[in-house]
Design a protein around this ligand. Structure first.
Ligand SMILES: NC(=O)c1ccc[n+]([C@@H]2O[C@H](COP(=O)([O-])OP(=O)(O)OC[C@H]3O[C@@H](n4cnc5c(N)ncnc54)[C@H](OP(=O)(O)O)[C@@H]3O)[C@@H](O)[C@H]2O)c1
Length: 301
């Protein structure tokens, strides 16, 4: 039985998107078809230990700086889920895991990228946002390497918009809320990381249907003022926000990253089709559903 299982190597397994993918695979009726390899730099962390307690999840110590070393431990791998964090190493890490996947005969590669203006613009629009441009180059590298691979590796590129999960109770979440509020009437597109994980899981369960495609993933688009009404109704108090000067200073000081990103949200912005995405994936969370499910974190502070 286990010999027939497909091994899926999940990077970012202890994080939001990779974690959501694993939860989706584990809760699917098809879960028995997969051996899940969860990659982490710290196998002793509480998140890693929790993952490892699941029947078909093996936790493997690995660093995206050396993907070849990860494959040496776990080959053969049928599928790879690839996500990197925003850093100067993002592009190199994102390309290196493509190389390792090709070298180790991987059949299906799912790359979690980011939307850059919708399905038409994203393939031709690196943008001036550093980590968006890194994703643009990784996508192109993946497509080229997959097409030239001996195994004709297939790929799915997921292009999520902003995560609802940026709204946290800490200073990062408060800063994010204020920067969103500073966008005024310009709507921002959102998606829940649980939905990203769900769709990543579909792409491993139905690789033929998700063969060589790129999908913008979006669940809602709204201004902070519109969200504020739903937030207050769910939580009973206003959305906590950092003071205006703090948010403006952060945007100024981090102009190469957060600052450029918010400028891009205002001047160009994501191009997902909310209605089409929700039709394709019924149950895709909008803000109302997301805050209803997640309000507990504000109620307990
Ligand atoms: N936030 C948004 O609104 C948004 C929207 C679109 C796209 N994105 C993109 O989403 C990505 C981040 O995804 P996420 O939010 O799901 O991540 P996350 O929750 O921040 O988790 C990061 C994960 O990456 C792992 N990791 C970090 N450095 C590593 C390394 N050198 N080697 C191996 N593993 C490493 C961590 O594992 P360990 O610590 O256990 O090793 C952890 O599992 C970024 O590229 C960002 O641009 C974000």
């Amino acid at each position: 039985m286990s010999a027939q299982r497909k091994t899926v190597l999940v990077t970012g397994a202890t994080g939001k998107q990779g974690g959501a993918l694993i939860q989706s695979l584990l809760s699917s009726p098809d879960t028995a078809g997969f051996n899940i390899i969860a990659v982490t730099r710290d196998v002793a962390s509480s998140r890693a230990l929790k993952l490892g307690a699941n029947f078909n999840v093996s936790v493997v110590d690995g660093d995206l700086a050396q993907p070849e070393a990860i494959f040496q431990k776990v080959s053969p791998v049928w599928g790879v889920y690839s996500v990197q964090v925003n850093s100067d190493a993002e592009e190199q890490q994102g390309m290196a895991i493509v190389d390792a996947a090709v070298a180790h005969g991987v059949r299906h590669f799912v790359y979690s990228s980011g939307d850059r203006g919708g399905p038409e613009k994203s393939p031709i629009n690196p943008t001036k946002v550093k980590n968006f441009a890194a994703k643009y180059r990784i996508e192109n590298y993946l497509m080229e390497r997959a097409a030239a691979s001996p195994q004709k590796m297939t790929y799915t590129i997921l292009r999520p918009v902003t995560f609802f999960e940026n709204l946290t109770t800490d200073i990062h979440g408060k800063g994010f809320a204020r920067m969103w509020e500073q966008m005024g009437d310009k709507k921002l597109q959102f998606v829940s990381t649980r939905d990203i994980g769900r769709i990543a899981a579909y792409s491993f369960m139905h690789p033929h249907d998700y063969r060589n495609v790129a999908l913008t993933l979006v669940g809602d688009e709204l201004t902070q003022t519109e969200a504020e009404v739903m937030f207050k109704a769910a939580v009973g108090s206003p959305m906590p926000m950092a003071p205006c000067p703090v948010a403006s200073t952060v945007k100024f000081l981090l102009k190469g990253t957060v600052g450029d990103m918010f400028r891009w949200f205002e001047s160009e912005g994501y191009g997902g089709d909310v209605a089409a995405c929700r039709q394709l994936y019924p149950g895709m969370k909008d803000f109302k559903a997301w805050i209803e499910e997640n309000k507990g974190q504000w109620l307990s502070t």
